[in-house]
Write a protein that binds this ligand. Structure first.
Ligand SMILES: [Zn+2]
Length: 327
């Protein structure tokens, strides 16, 4: 399908690009885009050039649309630098949604990291595939390995908090710039020593928002005695709720039983359901085939686990197999 010139689908991309074509099949969606400007600033000297040198196509996986794997095919322009004093002869236009070497857009990478934060890489890869993103668990790990935080030695106000990384396996100390709440450092562990080392390189800090009385307070006092420490809103609220709970605990019984909208005086009597005995005569009349299940090749099928019993031999065997595959 070709697009009429008056139609503008740039809301899907960004203001400097337009969609000139798209293709769709049951599994994938391909969006073809071009940039609107026909000039670009040289990254070396900053002089605007409109001398087109070449065009090439870049393909990136993007955030899925309607759970279809979605690709952006971008016509990227190469320009000649027109400044004769410049050392750069040719340069490529920048794409605002992906750096030069990326096979996925920034938006998709954020999406992937967001999903996998709460899952194992294997689980995330499966969930993402249902959503229309194809990425292997190894590639998810690579994304994690490439996360870098740009530290700012001149930062003046920071928030410090301990965070659990990936399903509570390890703890880290997160330090973020209070101005816009972006992370500037993620320190291993949550003890005072690592924080002290970091603080020594950030002597301009005048304000720290932190959690309640913790090892952090002492570390900050020692390295930056002039610094003001405040409790952040989240932890103040958590404190308040903690105290309120303590007050209620004294006033209220541990359990309140409600039936038909009325509070009962005490625990109601439990109604136990009696288990009906099997009707042996009926069961034997069914002539149930109790032979073990067979594989198509005639061998006996080792497991037929319909109960999803995680302690079963089948699951243990699968886990062993996965371990072997990893090594
Ligand atoms: Zn230049």
């Amino acid at each position: 399908m070709k697009y009429h010139e008056t139609q503008d689908y740039s809301f899907l991309i960004d203001q400097n690009h337009f969609i000139y074509d798209h293709k769709e099949d049951p599994e994938t969606l391909h969006i073809y885009i071009k940039s609107k400007p026909h000039s670009c600033k040289c990254p070396e000297c900053g002089v605007e050039s409109s001398a087109l040198h070449a065009t090439y196509q870049r393909t990136m996986q993007d955030t899925p649309i309607r759970c279809k794997q979605t690709f952006l095919h971008s016509n990227v322009y190469k320009y000649k630098c027109e400044n004769s004093n410049c050392t750069r002869k040719v340069f490529m236009e920048d794409l605002p949604f992906a750096k030069a070497s990326q096979v996925r857009t920034d938006a998709l990478n954020s999406f992937i990291l967001g999903v996998s934060m709460f899952l194992s890489n294997e689980g995330a890869s499966k969930v993402l595939s249902l959503l229309g993103v194809k990425i292997s668990n190894d590639s998810i790990q690579k994304l994690y390995d490439h996360i870098e935080f740009v530290d700012d030695p001149d930062v003046e106000a920071v928030g410090i908090d301990d965070v659990a990384i990936r399903k509570g396996q390890t703890y880290a100390t997160a330090i973020y710039d209070l101005k816009d709440h972006h992370l500037i450092a993620l320190l291993d562990g949550r003890d005072a020593e690592t924080l002290k080392e970091w603080l020594k390189g950030h002597k301009k800090i005048r304000l720290v928002a932190r959690d309640r009385a913790s090892a952090y307070a002492a570390a900050i006092n020692e390295i930056l005695p002039e610094c003001t420490q405040v409790a952040d809103r989240f932890h103040l609220l958590q404190n308040l709720l903690g105290y309120l709970k303590d007050i209620f605990k004294e006033e209220m019984p541990p359990y309140v039983y409600i039936r038909d909208g009325k509070i009962l005086d005490g625990e109601p009597e439990k109604v136990l359901q009696e288990k009906k005995p099997h009707d042996e005569a009926y069961i034997s009349s069914l002539h149930y085939d109790n032979t073990p299940p067979m594989n198509p090749d005639g061998s006996e099928r080792k497991y037929d686990n319909k109960m999803h019993d995680l302690t079963s031999g089948e699951y243990a065997d699968h886990a062993e197999g996965r371990k072997k595959n990893r090594n």
